[in-house]
Design a protein around this ligand. Structure first.
Ligand code: NIG
Ligand code: FE
Length: 409
């Protein structure tokens, strides 16, 4: 397929305010031309007729349905083994989420072969694509040895260009020895202290993983890594040619958001607990605030206040954070519905955040919008408008998905 004209699009979301209405750049009764996997023309059906004579190989009639850019899921932990539904069940009866659960997924992931991990990842990728996700970031972080982290970034790089090295997810069990007054009290099987683990992350682990990754991330939170450790790890990653992004303020207020801004991170993710200083720092920066409402749904924490961020002028992205512990959803539509219902976002803001916002959080200009030259990553909804994504929560509204102009599902 080379040149394809999409016609009879009831509502087209371009995310280009110069060609259509509002922040989502909407065009009613639209047409769109795809040439060799890229957008070659957008406009109204009437204008397409006037332009006439497009030399085309195919016509796809959308029957008045809505066409939106493919979702850009800029935060996922898609590569792991095992599952933690028992933890979820306990949380729904009042138990608190704790970062400690990560270690059970680490044990299952270390025990899995490359082929097992590859198969599980392929199934999850298929699941995301069927729901309209055409670009996805994938983090390591369930290996936590040089060998296992290298495996995870390598396997992730087989399915996406957006690979993040997250060796600093938590300190693994083997490095939880006491480190008081320089005396090491190591038990059997322990390799050292948390300081030794940070040395490993910024040394041999980073060396092994950097060739497969674009990003470096750290879980900067009580129970994970301190602000000083986080800065050291992110700076080492930057030195190795990776770009920084940060997990911060998921479980409580902290200095992680300001660290992210200070290091000009592309994105700081979670942002559930925000101080006025955090909001002001983000507003003055190019750092995107990526909100992950699947986490609040699944941990029964308060939802982040998107309205406060948007009103202050912060760019907001929405993402699934798909992982077996805090948010085992791969559905961007579900996140949009939560953002509209619980976080003060309009449907247009939520859709923008799940597409153009995600692209900005990954510093990508070729995805997240449907303008001339962008990738033809398209989602056809069984609905006249994207408002239905929030209005009809839980309903599978994605009809067809194209990536680089090729039909996926
Ligand atoms: O983004 N916060 C840190 N990491 C994941 C949770 C990982 C897990 O619980 O397995 C998150 O929520
Ligand atoms: Fe995460």
């Amino acid at each position: 397929m080379t040149r394809t004209l999409f016609t009879n699009i009831g509502l087209l979301v371009t995310n280009d305010p110069d060609v259509g209405a509002g922040i989502t750049g909407e065009i009613k009764d639209a047409a769109l031309l795809v040439d060799l996997g890229r957008i070659a023309w957008v406009g109204t059906s009437a204008a397409a007729e006037v332009a006439g004579g497009f030399d085309i190989d195919h016509v796809i009639d959308l029957g008045g349905r809505c066409l939106v850019p493919g979702f850009v899921d800029s935060h996922s932990h898609l590569i792991f083994a095992g599952e933690r539904s028992a933890d979820f069940e306990a949380r729904m009866s009042g138990r608190k989420y704790s970062a400690g659960g990560i270690l059970s997924t680490v044990a299952a992931t270390r025990a899995a072969s490359d082929d097992e991990l590859r198969k599980r990842l392929a199934a999850l990728i298929k699941e995301t694509q069927a729901q309209g996700t055409t670009t996805i970031e994938i983090k390591s972080g369930y290996g936590l040895t040089v060998h296992d982290e290298e495996r995870l970034v390598r396997l992730a790089s087989e399915v996406t260009d957006e690979v993040t090295f997250l060796g600093a997810h938590v300190v693994p069990r083997e490095y939880r020895g006491a480190a008081s007054a320089g005396v090491r009290l190591l038990r059997d099987g322990e390799l050292g202290t948390r300081e030794d683990y940070v040395d490993l992350v910024v040394g041999p682990m980073l060396d092994a993983c950097a060739p497969f990754a674009k990003w470096i991330d750290v879980f900067c939170e009580e129970g994970a890594f301190t602000i000083e450790e986080s800065r050291r790890i992110l700076e080492a990653g930057i030195h190795a040619g990776l770009m920084p992004r940060v997990h911060a303020s998921q479980l409580g207020e902290g200095e992680g958001i300001r660290l992210a801004v200070d290091l000009a991170a592309a994105s700081v993710d979670h942002c559930t607990y925000l101080t006025d200083l955090d909001v002001a720092a983000l507003a003055r920066s190019e750092t995107v605030a990526t909100l992950l409402p699947g986490v609040e749904f699944s941990t029964q924490q308060p939802y982040p206040n998107a309205r406060r961020l948007i009103d202050a002028g912060v760019s907001v992205a929405l993402s699934t954070d798909c992982n077996p512990g805090s948010s085992f959803t791969s559905s961007m539509s579900f996140c949009i519905a939560l953002a509209v219902r619980e976080m003060g976002m309009t449907p247009a803001e939520a859709l923008w955040a799940a597409t153009a916002g995600g692209a900005q959080a990954l510093r990508r200009e070729d995805v997240g919008r449907l303008t001339i030259g962008s990738r033809a990553d398209l989602v056809e909804l069984i609905a006249p408008s994207y408002v239905h994504l929030a209005y009809r929560p839980g309903v599978p509204l994605v009809r067809r998905v194209w990536k680089d102009g090729e039909l996926l599902t």
